[in-house]
Design a protein around this ligand. Sequence first.
Ligand SMILES: NC(=O)N[C@@H](CC(=O)O)C(=O)O
Ligand SMILES: [Zn+2]
Ligand SMILES: [Zn+2]
Length: 422
Amino acid sequence: MMPPIMITGADLAGAGPGDLLIMDGQFADPALAPADVQRFDAAGLVALPGLVDLHTHLREPGREDAETVESGTAAAARGGFTAVLAMANTDPVTDTAEAAAHVAALGRRAGHTQVIPVGAVTKGLAGTELAELGLMARSAAGVRVFSDDGHCVGDARLMRRALEYVRAFGGVIAQHAQDPRLAGPDACCHEGEISGRLGLAGWPPAAESTIVARDVELAELTRSRVHVCHVSTAETVEVLRWAKRRGIAVTAEVTPHHLLLTTDLVTGYDPTFKVNPPLRPAEHVTVLREALADGTIDAVATDHAPHARHDKEHAFPDAAFGMVGLETALGVVLETMLDALGWAGVADRLSVAPARIAGLNGQGRALTPGEPANLVLVDPSARRVVDATDSASLSRNNPWHGLDLPDPVVATYWNGNQTYRR
Ligand SMILES: NC(=O)N[C@@H](CC(=O)O)C(=O)O
Ligand SMILES: [Zn+2]
Ligand SMILES: [Zn+2]
């Protein structure tokens, strides 16, 4: 346990300057600081609750050449995160209580952030038979979020049964919304003028929004909860607005890359920009930003998807989908959304809302005495040209390389322990 530390003068998530005393892993009344307390002058910095990533691919077990729980969570701490939800598309898949316990144990051993395993919806992500949802939920790992991410739960009847099942224990199904018949096996970018010109097979926005429309109806039918992963289209936003107006229990996330990058980046055939769902035209980006600002989209999630060189360095159609994002997420959100959201809004979309969606107790809390000391200190004016090689991740598929972006994270504390310091 760290000795007591007093952080002085930081703007507390936009509420104005104040002091934070960290003692025994929690925030405590600054008036109780012992005389020999260690001091951190944070004047000019902003304090946010530790960030929570609903959507991280840590690749362990199975693809430790691309990422490990150790390296991925070290990258998360550098990005200001104190909790990450580890996606189930590992090898073996996280589709049993034992597999979930293994991922959680790897997280505890690494000690950089809380690691909460996401359970698969279907055995082996095969989309045919429900996984052991109840056993995973009742196990010590306490799985609450279930997802076949990387694959869509395409079978409506199976999706209905999954939603019915998780309702009993307050779980949620996080859907990778992609109709496999509309986004065929060769689809590798947004379907439009650019895909036509480049001769690449695209997929239309309808491949996403039609699944979301179906799933919100199933959530209503089952009175259960659905979460939409990585929303990428204006049409999906329209469906979400309709569903929320109707009182359906749906939440949604958007990635940093879909808030800033656009489909024209694929014209160089650089697989770094190949991601699922694909980068879209600027009109979609505008709508995604508006939806995040007005709360139609609840949260930002990274979809950090590290890939080894030998999986990424191929001709565009053959390369793996995905990009890293843990270390740049907050910077991209500040660049694109700070004016619209303010600091309290940034704290909500990157910490409070994701913690609520995932049902996490000690995360996304106010910076007040008695709460676990999960915190990120942010320099609101620091910027830097992103260098893909300067990373705790094992992978280098970084779409931000060479771009000048906010570089805000100064220090991260998880349960009172400093997990990153610039
Ligand atoms: N986002 C991606 O492009 N890839 C993800 C899978 C996913 O999130 O669908 C991966 O596991 O690599
Ligand atoms: Zn996905
Ligand atoms: Zn993903």
